[in-house]
Design a protein around this ligand. Structure first.
Ligand code: GAF
Length: 389
């Protein structure tokens, strides 16, 4: 077990001591993530290629003698307590604490004896920016409960359980990507995940060694109807798979795609399917380039992914399109929105010495369109969830 004290971990400890008047037993961290490529492919049983960020959510935790669960948040200043009744069925705990209660509920539904605990949460993962703050919270809580309860739940089985909590307790119909990324990623690598088999390959992703950098540009766009639109995209993909007689869109071959699309009833469904099928292929092509050390060459695939999300899947908004266009015009090798869409972040692959120039160009483009100024950070592939001490 490595001890890596950092500011957010210290804040979690302070929050714990303040709320419960004692020191925590331990601290567990889980990161945010960006997805390099492979959007809305996870719930179609397809391929994704995320990497974890150095931004982390930290849980400080210790036993709760009454056997119930209490969690306090450094961010909101709230403390929420819940017991057997609240975790007996979904919907009893709402808001941010639902992600915590959902993990307890999902563990119990899977037959685990979950210990009562006191928890404190602190986080550097921004909320609502599409960087998986919810999956980070679920994964950090899960790691703490597994360790404190001595539960038999190896890391490769934890993403499915956290996704179950999010789908059925919180009520968000997400795929398996975010939970897999924040739990299974390795530092210096991207995670090539087959979302059907959950087989993973850790792909070396040495940006600095190649003289490159990835900018993460928070579009600051308000999420407009994101939840309903996400559910609608998922429903439309599942309906299309049924119409085509395949278990999932992952099973639609990329060759002679137009012939397959012609069997669908309308243009909108054809575009949705085309995005998913071509996006899966772009993930495979990106992985092939990275395996052979051709990092710079992935740029056009990233940009093609963005065009597909904008034109076929219809999940971008003016702020993210502006960020992508401005980054490319300023010399980025590739750029795309990352995450579920309707706002969130854009990532841009740039020559390392061009980072400031591209970042300034995006900010200038935002000013010209009177958008809220973006925030821009550099992303380096970080490790997944871990116990700190
Ligand atoms: C969100 C979801 F949580 C993921 O499961 C995934 O579908 C993503 O949107 C789009 O690729 O982050």
């Amino acid at each position: 077990m490595t001890t890596r004290p950092d500011a957010v971990a210290d804040r979690a400890t302070t929050c714990f001591q303040h709320a419960y008047g004692q020191a925590p037993t331990g601290r567990w961290a889980a990161p945010g993530r960006v997805n390099l490529i492979g959007e809305h492919t996870d719930y179609n049983d397809g391929f994704v290629l995320p990497f974890a960020l150095p931004l982390r959510t930290v849980i400080a935790a210790g036993p709760e003698p009454t056997g119930s669960w209490t969690v306090c948040s450094e961010l909101t200043g709230e403390t929420v307590s819940f017991g057997d009744d609240e975790v007996a069925r979904p919907g009893q705990v709402t808001g941010w604490a639902a992600y915590v209660a959902g993990v307890v509920w999902a563990l119990r539904a899977a037959g685990h004896q979950v210990p009562g605990v006191r928890l404190a949460v602190a986080s550097d993962v921004p909320l609502g920016a599409g960087l998986s703050s919810s999956a980070a919270l679920e994964a950090a809580v899960l790691a703490a409960l597994v360790d404190l309860g001595g539960l038999e739940l190896p890391p490769d089985q934890q993403p499915r359980l956290a996704q179950h909590a999010e789908n059925h307790y919180v009520g968000a119909p997400t795929g398996i990507m975010d939970q897999s990324a924040v739990i299974r990623c390795r530092g210096g690598h991207a995670l090539f995940l087959d979302c059907r088999t959950e087989h993973v390959e850790h792909i070396p992703f040495d940006l600095a060694g190649a003289g490159l950098a990835i900018l993460v540009i928070d579009s600051r766009a308000p999420h407009r109807h994101a939840d309903g639109e996400y559910a609608a995209r998922r429903a439309s993909c599942e309906k299309a798979a049924a119409l085509l007689g395949v278990p999932a869109l992952r099973d639609v071959p990329a060759v002679r795609l137009d012939e397959t699309l012609a069997r669908l009833p309308d243009g909108e469904t054809r575009r949705r399917v085309r995005h998913v099928v071509t996006e899966d292929q772009r993930v495979l092509d990106t992985v092939a380039l990275l395996r052979s050390g051709q990092v710079r060459q992935i740029g056009p695939l990233l940009t093609a992914s963005h065009a597909s999300m904008r034109d076929d899947f219809a999940i971008t908004v003016p702020e993210v399109d502006t960020a992508v266009e401005a980054a490319l015009a300023a010399g980025a090798l590739g750029a795309r929105m990352t995450g579920g869409g309707f706002g969130g972040c854009v990532l841009a692959l740039v020559e390392a010495d061009q980072s400031d120039h591209v970042s300034a160009a995006v900010t200038t483009a935002y000013t010209a369109r009177s958008f809220t100024p973006p925030t821009v950070t550099l992303a380096t592939p970080a490790p997944g969830a871990t116990r700190l001490d």
